[in-house]
Design a protein around this ligand. Sequence first.
Ligand SMILES: [Zn+2]
Length: 116
Amino acid sequence: MNGRQIFIECPSWCVTDHVAANERHLEDIEHAGEMTDLVIPGGPGYRLLAHARLGWNPYGDDADRGPYVVVDDASEPFVVTPAEASVFADWLEAFAAQLRHLAVAALTAPLETAQA
Ligand SMILES: [Zn+2]
């Protein structure tokens, strides 16, 4: 912190190495939890679609310093409140149900084409 090391007490779920992160200002300190991954099978292994984790920026400038949930699709991190994360989880469950229907439909879809 401005050339000095200070003691930062982390919540039990924080996995950030704050020394390695070399955060220079108090407002830059973000406690971050373990990532949970959403992957899709294919190719030689799997591909990462998105991951999510807990976050908390106790000295940040934003009104909502958290704890919050970060959902990152590798293009952009989406920071959402716990309530928004819960809504998103509901939508993912609905998406999963539709995905199961699509899998069954792909197995049973008729292959003949309409005759003109
Ligand atoms: Zn921490």
